[in-house]
Design a protein around this ligand. Structure first.
Ligand SMILES: Nc1ncnc2c1ncn2[C@@H]1O[C@H](COP(=O)(O)OP(=O)(O)O)[C@@H](O)[C@H]1O
Ligand SMILES: [Mg+2]
Length: 500
């Protein structure tokens, strides 16, 4: 082994970073060698993106030392980092939808002619070549926003992969890609590695991480837990390090086994057979029974959010959907509502009326404006007062504007109306995201109350804790398909992660 391969290309020493009161990174050491693919894993919020944004020049106020080729550096901007050979593909897509494919591939680095104008012919020719290298055959003069999202993501990747950067950081790049596209990407990454480039690859898909990386680093709660050659660690060990088995805090949040209280004899309310939607989910067959909470768990981008939307007619899926045994076509959300299907989306903003008082938001009339005449404001207020007490909504009273409530209390309001106007099926997407522990417990209680009224509840989430605390039965989705069911037996956070 030569001496140079032992000196890290990039070294991060004792890095700390906070955002206001949030300590995102605490004393992190991290190093990257020339010609390696370095996998980075950790739960949401562990600090992965923050460390990578420091390396890529996005965040510049941090504590600690960063060395490139053994020399201390500090980038002041992403441009600075790029000039030093560090490129990053961010978690959020950053293409410019109104520009052509070629312009996006060369964003900020357009080739110039000898006259100093943009060399369009070269741009089109080279972007066509770059993209072909990734197996993408698309006319570079197409407006990128008109292409499918997976293609847009590949083109964004192509921009950084072919920018000539020595260090390439990919932050969850595969979430919108189909399996063949992931294979193409991996082939390209291996080729770049063999030419001496270094890559950091962040992903929730542990199988992907373990197959593409040479080295893996695990983050937990703002700290680096371990760095290991991939050959010396397996999936089980990665999961254990990620969630920190033995941690008291995490044990309280269902690290241990829980037993699912699955009902097997209640009537089936909703059923799907072979439900598919373009690239987002395929061949989903499932049932949900009266008085049951069905949890659907999967990583971001695995199709569960789209499935929830399809069950409410927000997007149109192929396949069979039955309600009370009768096939229905959900071509519009209004049909779903008439049939007794209710949906509380992950962004509750779209469902609630922030400038209206609480009591109106708790009433069905705000959704079904036509039937507004059916309820007198006085009775609406009366019902609302009852909910405020029962659901422990922190507010002075039913006339308070909804916008003045905290997120957790708004969620309780969003759920309240279904207590008086029970739907047949209630679909909840990320029902406890971003809430404190107290509000989460209240939401769990409310959802159990709805279930006990005989409602078939479907809870879709990317957070294991959410499905573990709510569900009587759990389906795990992976890359658009249901891969596992937990029913009537024990389940734990690590087993969910392992299945996903
Ligand atoms: N720009 C920001 N402003 C405030 N807080 C942030 C910002 N970016 C990240 N954080 C917080 O820092 C922590 C680490 O986040 P992040 O690095 O994005 O984690 P990961 O990529 O591992 O999911 C989280 O608590 C997150 O909420
Ligand atoms: Mg991140």
């Amino acid at each position: 082994m030569t001496e140079s391969s032992d000196t890290p290309l990039l070294e991060m020493i004792d890095i700390s970073k906070s955002f206001g009161g949030v300590q995102a990174l605490r004393g992190v050491d991290f190093s990257l060698r020339a010609g390696e693919i370095h996998g980075l894993v950790g739960e949401n919020g562990a600090g992965k993106s923050t460390l990578m944004k420091i390396i890529a020049g996005v965040h510049h106020d941090f504590q600690g030392t960063m060395k490139l080729d053994g020399k201390p550096v500090r980038f002041r901007s992403a441009r600075d980092a790029l000039d030093a050979g560090v490129g990053m593909v961010h978690q959020e897509l950053s293409i410019v939808p109104d520009l052509t494919v070629a312009e996006n591939v060369f964003l900020g680095t357009q080739p110039k002619t000898r006259l100093g104008t943009i060399d369009w012919r070269r741009m089109v020719r080279e972007s066509r070549e770059h993209l072909a290298g990734l197996g993408i055959h698309v006319d570079p003069t197409t407006i990128i926003g008109e292409l499918p999202i997976g293609l847009q993501q590949l083109i964004e990747l192509a921009r950084v992969l072919f920018s000539g950067a020595r260090i390439i950081i990919l932050d969850e790049p595969t979430s919108a890609l189909s399996p063949p596209e992931v294979e193409l990407l991996f082939t390209t990454l291996r080729r770049l590695r063999d030419s001496g480039r270094s890559m950091v690859f962040i992903s929730h898909f542990l199988d992907d991480i373990l197959s593409i990386s040479d080295t893996v680093t695990i983050f937990r709660n703002g700290q680096k837990v371990i760095t290991s050659p991939v050959a010396e660690i397996d999936k089980r060990q990665v999961i254990e390090q990620m969630i920190g088995i033995g941690h008291r805090e995490l044990e309280e949040s269902y690290t241990g086994e829980i037993t699912l209280d699955t009902q097997f004899d209640a009537p089936v309310i909703m059923e799907t057979r072979g439900l598919s939607h373009e690239r987002t989910f395929q061949d989903v067959s499932m049932q949900v029974r009266a008085g049951e909470v069905l949890g659907i768990y999967g990583f971001m981008g695995c199709g569960q959010i789209e499935l929830a939307r399809a069950l409410f007619g927000k997007i149109r899926a192929q396949g069979v959907l039955t309600l009370d045994g009768k096939p229905i076509k959900l071509t519009r959300t209004s049909i779903a509502r008439q049939e007794g299907i209710a949906y509380v989306p992950e962004s509750r903003r779209s469902m609630l009326f922030h400038h209206e008082p609480l009591y109106k938001n708790m009433s069905i009339s705000i959704l079904e404006r036509i039937s507004r005449m059916l309820l007198k404001p006085s009775s609406e207020r009366e019902i609302a007062r009852g909910h405020i007490d029962n659901l422990r909504i922190r507010t002075p009273g039913p006339d308070q504007l909804l916008g003045n409530l905290s997120g957790g209390n708004q969620q309780k309001v969003a759920l309240a109306k279904w207590l008086t106007h029970a739907p047949k099926v209630l679909i909840l997407s990320e029902p406890t995201r971003g809430m404190d522990v107290g509000a989460k417990e209240d939401v769990v209680r409310i959802v159990r109350g709805l279930r006990d009224k005989g409602i078939a509840v479907i809870v879709v989430s990317t957070e294991p804790e959410t499905v573990l605390s709510l569900a009587d039965r759990i389906l795990v989705m992976k890359k658009g398909e249901i891969v596992r069911e937990f029913a009537g037996d024990t389940v734990s956070k690590d087993r969910l992660l392992e299945a996903a």
